[in-house]
Design a binder for this molecule. Sequence first.
Ligand SMILES: Cc1ncc(COP(=O)(O)O)c(C=O)c1O
Length: 240
Amino acid sequence: MKSGTSTTIEETLDPDDWKEMASFAHKVVDGAVEHIRNVRNRPVWQDMPDEVRQSYKVPFPNDPQPLEKIYRDLDENLFPYPMGNINPKFWMWYMGAGSFTGALGDFLAAIEGSNLGGGNNAAALMDNQVVNWLKGMLGFPETASGTLVSGGTIANTIGLTIARNVMSGIDIRTDGVAAIPQPLCYYASDQVHSCHQKALEQIGLGNKALRKVPSDSSFCMDIDALKRRIAKRVVARLVS
Ligand SMILES: Cc1ncc(COP(=O)(O)O)c(C=O)c1O
């Protein structure tokens, strides 16, 4: 470099060759279509040979890896060994399966890339609209708010946190859980998912706050038992 001149190196996440990238992307989509189309013809699950397991113990690659190689690795070492839940013959557990259109939606959401924390953008309006649709389906008032989250654990954690904040009788966001005047508890059926217990541990109320009420032969909460539990607690409070 001559003295007095400077060179700027432009950094970019763009591919070197868009045409090549487009043809690679077509290959990935074609592979994905075949993967879903043929799901019924594959075993629901198969054990991984040792060399496949070993492929997940290689050192961190410090250098960039060619996309073709990464795709080949996925094709050989990942896609043939799924949990199995997208296979129609999977009966082990109730896990759902995605759909091809849902996967396209995920792809397009990643391509669009807006941060939905707010802002003046169409994706935020769409997010809001979906929340409003869900409110309507569940009979919530228009004034209700909502947010889309990644799954059951976080949804329940947020729900239990809101209940805690509203029912604590204090400004808990300012004063913290130590200022709650009397222990809070939540009633749930004995079929409740473990994420509720974890949520109560996380939000500082302790898992003793989860009171499990027996369920009947249809696995529904025994409402009379719930009423008795609540009444007993109210009486205990009054006499203490
Ligand atoms: C009834 C119920 N609630 C909550 C969860 C937790 O959901 P996620 O895995 O999406 O956090 C599950 C998942 O196993 C569940 O079955």
